[in-house]
Design a protein around this ligand. Structure first.
Ligand code: ADP
Ligand code: MG
Length: 249
């Protein structure tokens, strides 16, 4: 469903991604862990076309959006890249809701404006999604009236409204007070139980162990190891992973 091969990305000569290989099959739940600054967010942003890679390949649902020719990244037509990357939903650390739009409008704006769907149909779907994340009563509220946990649940509903094939989370609970993380993790867990394909960058090791089928450990712009939660989180062979996990305890 998603494949990245040898993906490279530099910022002013700083190599943030040094050749990432990564793949996601339908129904996979992949947790991406690793120290701060290891390139996790940059990698997700490259997958979602929020950043352009410098080299390597990204294939989304059979469409190769970028390939490498003579050491340079070559993208297919912008419109086709957008069509492919629209299959990936993204939930950010800081929710990124539109503050001047109601909860319902936040969820319906992209389906209406990007997918050109009918307002009534979008609103019906939005209410179903709000019900799913336990926030139907907040449809007419504004983001500023909600707690961080509620805002993040709205952000998840907003992503789902675009019917993504893969939902990507970038540290969805890192900006939340500890007492609010549970409600967000619960929603993500319920999506996992519905067999949603997901990539989750997280520092919540217990959650990663519970939900993920596959764990990818990144450090210093590289994938150091990929394996089952048991292999990576319980019996890591690499010293770098052991050191990281010890620090998390
Ligand atoms: P992580 O999400 O694992 O904490 P990031 O992907 O955010 O790591 O960052 C990886 C490295 O790339 C860091 O050293 C960060 O400072 C750098 N970086 C990320 N985005 C930019 C940018 N837009 N400009 C310059 N450096 C960046
Ligand atoms: Mg990050």
């Amino acid at each position: 469903m998603l494949e990245a091969k040898n993906v490279k990305k530099s910022f002013d000569g700083f190599r943030a991604l040094k050749g990432i290989d990564f793949s996601v099959e339908k129904g996979d739940r992949v947790a991406v862990i690793g120290p701060s600054g290891s390139g996790k967010s940059t990698f997700l942003r490259c997958l979602n076309y929020l950043e352009k890679v410098d080299g390597g390949e990204i294939i989304i649902d059979g469409t190769r959006i970028v390939s490498e020719e003579k050491g340079k990244a070559v993208y297919i037509k912008e419109e086709e890249v957008r069509r492919a990357t629209a299959k990936l939903g993204m939930v950010f650390q800081n929710f990124n809701l539109f503050p001047h739009l109601s909860v319902l409008e936040n969820i319906t704006i992209a389906p209406r404006c990007v997918l050109k769907r009918e307002k009534a149909e979008c609103e019906e779907q939005a209410r179903e999604l709000l019900n799913k994340v336990g926030l139907l009563s907040k449809a007419e509220s504004y983001p500023g009236e909600l707690s961080g946990g509620q805002q993040q649940r709205v952000a998840i509903a907003r992503s789902l409204a675009m019917n993504p094939q893969i939902l990507c989370f970038d540290e969805p609970t890192s900006a939340l007070d500890p007492e609010l993380t549970g409600e967000v993790l619960k929603v993500i867990k319920s999506l996992a139980e519905e067999d949603m394909t997901m990539v989750i960058v997280t520092h919540e090791m217990g959650f990663a162990r519970e939900v993920a089928g596959k764990v990818v450990f990144m450090d210093d712009g590289e994938v150091v190891a990929t394996g089952t939660p048991e292999e990576i989180l319980l019996h890591p062979k690499e010293e770098r992973i052991q050191a990281f996990l010890n620090k998390m305890l």
